[in-house]
Ligand binder design. Structure first.
Ligand code: UDP
Ligand code: MG
Length: 165
């Protein structure tokens, strides 16, 4: 059983199909492990329309939704539940801005991508930005419950826990 701290929380992350197809799963998961986040749940999922409509509820009516759903179904994604201090906010920082060309080069979207949404729109290409991470604690709670069963989320202590939280 890990100790309970007020600021320790869980967030949801999905490595999108471009990450899986480009063989970047290990590199990207390492970033979270190296920053001291705990992987409490992890699985490969090929998303369905129903799952995506629930996950991207806020975007379903938008112009870009159809392309977004097409992108997210191009291959499997790696779904993860990560735990750490202010995990939602801190992981969004590590992930970077939505449009890879705007993302700081130290972030995941800025390190492993550079495609601008303007280029994608202008050339009929998909908006590939490698990764999803919950933006708010309420969003994290909702997304974890959509993607994971309770018994797929594990409570355990990591070797470095004493030093990273
Ligand atoms: N997206 C897109 N076109 C847009 C805006 C967003 O295809 O004009 C995609 C992109 O993959 C993004 C996802 O929709 O990651 C969700 O958009 P959101 O604004 O929630 O960005 P995020 O939370 O992923 O940074
Ligand atoms: Mg979002």
């Amino acid at each position: 059983m890990s100790e309970e701290f007020e600021h320790v929380e869980k967030t949801f992350v999905a490595l999108k199909p471009d990450t899986v197809k480009r063989g970047l799963i290990g590199e990207i998961v390492s970033r979270f492990e190296n920053a001291g986040f705990k992987i409490c749940g992890m699985k490969m999922v090929w998303a369905t329309d129903d799952l995506l409509e629930e996950h991207y509820e806020e975007h379903v009516e938008k112009d870009f939704y159809e392309r977004l759903a097409e992108y997210m179904k191009k291959g499997p994604v790696v779904a993860m539940v990560l735990e750490g201090v202010n995990a939602v906010e801190n992981i969004r920082k590590i992930v970077g801005e939505t449009d890879p060309t705007e993302a700081d080069p130290a972030t995941i979207r800025g390190t492993y991508g550079h495609i601008s949404f303007a280029h994608a729109d202008g050339s009929g290409r998909l908006h590939k930005n490698l990764i999803h991470a919950s933006a708010e604690p309420e969003e994290a709670e909702k997304e974890i419950s959509i993607w994971f069963e309770d018994d797929e989320i594990h409570d355990f202590e990591t070797a470095q826990e004493e030093w990273v939280r």
